[in-house]
Design a protein around this ligand. Structure first.
Ligand SMILES: *Cc1c(COP(=O)(O)O)cnc(C)c1O
Length: 452
């Protein structure tokens, strides 16, 4: 796009008419927006013709790179058949084909696929499903959920009720339902003041106390397994997830895993729960499901949950939930193509050397004066900047330290988005080892330049 009048026009309309998500618009209108016009592989290009590396997979969704021929072709082929019809009272071919594949790759107890459009709705579906399940089984008291501090499950009201990130969620307090809050196993800043070197996952004791004190009242435990993404890429210690699974069984409640961020290979396995060999009762998936091409989500449940909803029409045991675009054919076609690429490219195997590069880099940057912690699971991780390493004192909000590093990296041709003082690193899984090394190098230099 060579015409500078045209660029100015786009910029003006964006400023005048677009309200950007999670964005302080006062800052936004003072800045020069990067307006994206195209992409290829792990790089995106703006209207000025400048290319940037996509360091956060276009907000954690892209898996196999942009403009992957196989996914593009699958969407184009589907376009020539039908783009959308409803799943309310009708079935469609791609949603059937995708459901079979989802059941095939998810943990073995999971057998029923409920479609929706995004991560938040996949969680809403899980909440309503769990709640109604217990009612249908005659347990009327189970109207509480347990979620973790610093957890993030989306932006709709049910998902926000579960959320434990004060700066995002506090504003909506009076609108939310009550959630029981267990400590996050955030070892760098242990919420129980334990020493992570010698603790025995005491945070599980707190979870158990909540379950014991509320016996018969908990509909489910909702968890981002292994990595709490939006909470700051908080990586859980080994055994924690297994411990929660055991507690959910001991106290006879449902385990709902939100793998919206961790699913589809990000942690080095197809799903994070595989690392600990456990199966949830309900699994929420979105973000990477279509390879990052179209909005789609699934909530996958066990036969036991599904069966509880069976009854006569007039008994009203129906699951009363659905969206206009539930089971959208284009989204399902993209998802099928993405899963085919996982097989064809052996994506998960190819990831291992890159994970090794990432780990070694983390060992290096953790030595920086203003890096308090550097943590990752698979190819998703974060670098936590601190004002003072010894006391772990945080940079105050007004310093916008995360943003400063991100802007510095942008000057060097890398797109990132921080979470407070945490620099999030989550490249598309397809990234080459060389590009990954270059990206990590840019981040290290940017952190150094900004933190002095
Ligand atoms: C992003 C995210 C969501 C919400 O997904 P949206 O598609 O943005 O609604 C839910 N849970 C987790 C763990 C996420 O990372």
């Amino acid at each position: 796009m060579g015409n500078s009048e045209e660029k100015k026009r786009l910029q003006r309309i964006d400023r005048e008419h677009i309200w950007h998500p999670f964005t302080q618009m006062k800052d936004w209108i003072d800045e020069q927006p990067v307006i994206i016009s195209e992409a290829k592989g792990c790089f995106v290009r703006d209207i000025n013709g400048r290319w940037y590396m996509d360091g956060v997979s276009s907000l954690w969704v892209n898996i196999h790179g942009h403009r992957r021929e196989e996914i593009n072709n699958a969407i184009k082929a589907q376009l020539d058949k039908i783009s959308h019809s409803t799943l309310l009272g009708l079935a469609n071919v791609p949603s059937i084909e995708l459901a079979a594949r989802v059941i095939d790759i998810t943990p073995k107890g999971l057998n029923k696929v409920f479609y929706s459009d995004n991560g938040s709705t996949s969680v809403e579906v899980a909440l309503k499903m769990a709640f109604q399940y217990w009612r249908l089984k005659g347990e009327q008291e189970r109207d509480l959920f347990i979620a973790l501090k610093e957890s993030y499950h989306g932006d709709t009201i049910g998902a926000v009720s579960l959320g434990g990130i004060d700066i995002f969620h506090a504003a909506y307090g009076p609108l939310l339902f009550r959630t029981l809050r267990a400590p996050s196993p955030y070892c760098y800043r242990c919420q129980l003041d334990m020493d992570p070197g010698s603790c025995k996952n005491e945070c599980l004791d707190e979870m158990e106390r909540l379950l014991r004190d509320n016996k018969g009242k908990v509909a489910g435990i909702v968890l981002e397994p292994l990595v709490q993404g939006a909470g700051g890429m908080i990586c859980h210690p080994e055994g924690y997830l297994r411990g929660v699974k055991e507690l959910s069984q001991k106290y006879d409640t449902l385990l709902i895993l939100d793998e919206v961020a961790t699913g589809f290979g990000r942690t080095g396995r197809m799903f994070a729960c595989e690392h600990e060999g456990i199966e949830p009762d309900i699994l929420c998936l979105s973000k990477g499901i279509t390879g990052g091409y179209l909005p789609l989500a699934v909530t996958v449940s066990t036969d036991d949950i599904y069966d509880a909803f069976l009854g006569e029409y007039s008994e009203l045991k129906t699951f009363f939930h659905g969206h206009s675009y539930t089971g959208n054919q284009l989204g399902c076609a993209a998802a099928i193509a993405s899963l085919e690429i996982f097989k064809q490219d052996d994506t998960l195997k190819g990831l291992q050397p890159k994970i090794e590069v990432f780990r070694k880099w983390m060992d290096k940057v953790i030595e920086f004066e203003h890096v308090g912690d550097a943590r990752a699971k698979g190819l998703m991780g974060g670098v936590e900047l601190v004002k003072d390493k010894k006391s772990k004192a945080e940079y105050p909000l007004e310093d916008r330290m995360g943003w400063k590093v991100v802007y510095k990296a942008r000057e060097k041709g890398l797109l990132l988005r921080p979470l407070g003082n945490v620099i999030v690193i989550m490249p598309p899984l397809v990234i080459t080892k060389e590009d990954l090394e270059q990206m990590l190098d840019t981040i290290a230099v940017s952190v150094r330049e900004v933190t002095g």
